[in-house]
Write a new protein. Structure first.
Length: 306
């Protein structure tokens, strides 16, 4: 099998690395253009581009899908286009380029959660299972027919990072065999039921905002787990956005705490939600480092009293 791979983030780089160890000939890699690094001067390639360089695979980083790029791709003979979180909508000519099929690895059980944030959405909705859909790509967003599914349970303790690792591991375990079965006509795609389709919301920095007065403890914890890493979660106090980097359930009885007020306890910063209370164990003020809530008790006690 000859595969042209398209992807960008670290999870996709791990899948690319695993495919290279299978009986698969990776003929090229398409990834996002190098982006300016926030930590150092200059631009930095995507994790997939780095992995392609490490493996000695030709890589393409098109800014636009112009005729020059089209000619380069059409000069390559390949059976599958395998896409894993590439990050851009692919033109129809590229979907028609492989000899057999353009394949997308989607981290949900389609038609549930079409779009770019299925892992976060499954956590936000408190689902008890999710999985991977191996689908044949079409011009519509995640609307193509599905070859197969691989399911996994979502544990109460799973956050976005945990769940993504599990899904990547499942993909690594099954993708080579799935492609082989498609290659040998042992798997045929089945159309999705569009009447059952749901779509993910776009995630941005504002997605992590918490309204302590209106949201329940359960909703806040699901947000915290879904948005860990990026964009993170935060609340506003005195018109200051304060990020939460550690969160626990309240074990004591502090029902006398007023709505939208805070209290420092030996466990951390205690505050009410719409239905109970939470304890913030680590927090971060704008432009400052992450600190334990008990350190904030010394520096910001007056701030939280106002």
């Amino acid at each position: 099998m000859r595969v042209l791979f398209a992807g960008s983030p670290e999870s996709s780089a791990m899948i690319l690395s695993s495919l290279s160890r299978e009986m698969v000939d990776i003929v090229g890699v398409i990834s996002q253009p190098d982006k300016r690094s926030s930590r150092r001067k200059g631009k930095e390639p995507s994790p997939v581009s780095k992995e392609a360089l490490k493996l000695g695979i030709p890589s393409y980083k098109p800014i636009v899908f112009d005729n020059l790029f089209k000619k380069e791709i059409e000069s390559i003979d390949f059976d599958f286009l395998v896409v894993s979180a590439y990050g851009k909508i692919l033109p129809e000519w590229l979907l028609n380029a492989p000899n057999i099929a353009p394949i997308n690895i989607h981290f949900s059980l389609l038609p549930k959660y079409r779009g770019a944030s299925p892992i976060q959405t499954s956590i936000l909705n408190n689902d008890n299972k999710t999985g991977i859909s191996i689908m044949r790509m079409s011009t519509g967003m995640d609307e193509g027919p599905v070859y197969c599914f691989h399911e996994i349970d979502i544990l109460e303790s799973d956050n976005k990072i945990d769940l993504e690792k599990k899904l990547v591991s499942m993909c690594i375990k099954n993708l080579g065999n799935d492609l082989n079965n498609i290659f040998n006509n042992k798997l045929t795609p089945n159309n999705q039921n569009n009447n059952e389709a749901s779509y993910c919301s776009k995630i941005d920095k504002l997605s992590g905002k918490i309204d302590l007065r209106k949201e329940s403890t359960k909703e806040i914890f699901q947000k915290y787990k879904a948005f860990i890493g990026w964009p993170g979660v935060y609340f506003e106090k005195n018109n200051v956005a304060i990020k939460i980097h550690g969160l626990e359930e309240c074990k004591g009885n502090n029902e006398d705490l007023a709505v939208n007020s805070f209290r420092f306890t030996p466990d951390g910063l205690l505050t009410k939600t719409s239905d109970s209370m939470i304890v913030i164990t680590h927090l971060q003020f704008p432009g400052k480092r992450i600190i334990p809530a008990l350190d904030a008790a010394n520096s910001y006690a007056k701030f939280f009293e106002e």
